[in-house]
Design a protein around this ligand. Sequence first.
Ligand code: PAF
Length: 276
Amino acid sequence: MKIIKTLKELRSYRNEVSGSVGLVPTMGALHEGHLSLVKKSFTDNNKTIVSIFVNPAQFAPHEDFDSYPRHFEDDCKQLERLNVDAVWAPSVSEMYPKDFQTAVRVSGISEVLEGEFRPHFFEGVTTIVNKLFMQVQPTRAYFGEKVFQQLQVIQKMVKDLNISVHVIGCKIIRDAEGLALSSRNAYLSDDDIQVARQLNVILKQASALVKERGIQEVELILKDAIITAGFTKVDYVTLRNAETLRPISSLQNCDDVRILVAAYLGPVRLIDNIGL
Ligand code: PAF
């Protein structure tokens, strides 16, 4: 497996590679969720490149950029075992040289939900994902549905900018008790994990409830249930049109509904979602 750290090396590697290329963009601290994206890329492409880059532009100053888990050696071992072709692991200065002045912003869909609570986040994501697409020139790129809004924002960016990359969304990988895998789960204590596991159970109840109680009442019931389970704060728990992420007034008006949640356990913010 080739570990590539500079753009110069990446360009020469990319020039040598023929056939389809799958890109799995990550910030490292890999878990089974990431590995499932890699495995999907293997089935679809001739070559698979995994990027590992903790992107400072998607963290606000008060967020966890400095403490974000970094396990580069272990990540590479896992990827090598799977037979990944190359890892693209640039430094911050390689990605953002001193005079860097450009940003890619998707309005609308990136201004709701996560966009309201983490206003810096999507511009950081779309800028870096765009750079990764330009640098790696993949045929396909793989993103988990765990950050469902990110997947939709990237789809929109690709469509609006006519980027010739197929964006493939892959289902959330959960532990045996339903907790969505996330690199940030490493911040949770054993007790927190028990509470965190309730999130998925609570979301699942919504599907049954919504037909009898209606959307607005179900959103309130879910919020109460999340706080009762032991979460300390709920940023949002809401039923949305899965494609546009706009609120829906009735189930009749929308075939594809997604329930999305962001809630805190102390300082740790968890997100999850399910299809209705
Ligand atoms: O989902 C992530 O890990 C990141 O947001 C991504 C897509 C790798 C961009 O930094």
